[in-house]
Design a protein around this ligand. Structure first.
Ligand code: ATR
Length: 293
């Protein structure tokens, strides 16, 4: 029997998830039907309840419902995994097994480590933004033990935000303090978390700079100082499908490797697929296929 899955969002017509999951299913001989479902604003819980009743086994959740999905998971007694609780956002619901998680951060780490071949070990990381996107990748940046064979511990992660108080709020959260302490205790190199404004970045250098702001959507550049990129550094924009002002800036400033977020998109989908089907699909051919669309 064909198993049903869906991605829920608003808008949703542009979503590449049906294409990605259909490709994964073809590749792994899984009999699944994966559809894009538009939920009305304010109507997320009703939409999931309907899909659940219709026998849908799992969903991905995208903008603007990831936080509502987290609330839905809590309210309906689903087991929320640590990537979701720390993100306070859910992108994957396993409706048949009652599990909710967030695979965005795992997708980013797999793209950086496996596809781009860039190590996190001992690296100085700048994470720009303090919204849902930044929050969603922070825990996996600090601790990969649950989903990668080897842990790579960054030297430190600085969260910079236009509204610095929001970055401070994240670094003050007890979950992140506990994770930092746990990861720190097993390694001589500690992942320290810091929060600051963009002005406070002046004079500092980083090995990995990740843009988790929504600035690229409006063709804007966060107010970054010059001389930010260390030698052999990586500039990663979590947006995909366009050359952002941040990517142009990174090029001008001499970052060695510059990447958009297409690999992350495919990798987070692969994590969801693995959770649902217990099979890990090949991501490289799908990244290549989408990159050429
Ligand atoms: P998302 O879920 O995509 O993270 P969000 O929660 O609305 O969306 O957060 C957007 C993030 O992008 C915020 O960190 C925001 O900074 P503020 O908290 O100061 O608003 C950041 N952002 C958006 N446009 C920006 C710009 N032009 N320069 C710098 N940061 C920007």
């Amino acid at each position: 029997m064909t198993d049903r899955y869906a991605v829920i969002g608003n808008p949703i017509a542009h979503s590449k998830s049906p294409l990605i999951h259909t490709e994964f299913a073809r590749q792994t001989n899984q009999d699944i039907d994966y559809q894009a479902v538009l939920a009305p604003l304010g109507g997320f819980a009703e939409t999931v309840a309907r899909l659940r009743k219709e026998g849908c086994r799992g969903c991905n959740v995208t903008v603007p419902f990831k936080q509502e999905a987290w609330q839905y998971a809590l309210d309906s007694g689903m087991a929320c995994e640590l990537p979701a609780t720390t993100a306070q956002a859910v992108n994957t619901l396993c409706l048949d097994r009652g599990i909710a998680t967030n695979t965005d951060g795992m997708g980013l780490i797999r793209d950086i480590r496996n596809n781009l071949g860039f190590s996190l070990e001992g690296k100085r990381i700048l994470l720009m933004g303090a919204g849902g996107a930044a929050r969603g990748v922070l825990y996996p940046l600090m601790d990969q033990t649950a989903f990668m064979p080897t842990q790579e511990t960054p030297a430190f992660i600085v969260i910079a935000n236009r509204t610095p108080e929001k970055a401070v709020q994240i670094t003050d959260e007890s979950d992140f303090k506990l994770i930092a302490a746990r990861v720190d205790s097993s390694k001589p190199a500690a992942t320290k978390l810091e929060a600051c404004s963009y002005e406070e970045l002046a004079g500092r250098q980083f090995d990995i700079v990740i843009n988790a702001t929504s600035s690229g959507l409006r063709d804007e550049l966060p107010p970054l100082p010059g001389n930010l990129f260390a030698r052999d550094s990586l500039a990663y924009d979590m947006m995909y499908g366009r050359q952002t002002p941040f990517m142009n800036f990174a090029h001008e400033q001499g970052a060695s490797l510059i990447s958009g977020g297409l690999g992350m998109l495919v990798e987070q989908a692969a994590e969801s697929f693995f959770l649902w089907r217990g099979i890990r699909p090949e991501t490289k051919p799908v990244i290549e296929k989408l990159g050429s669309c």
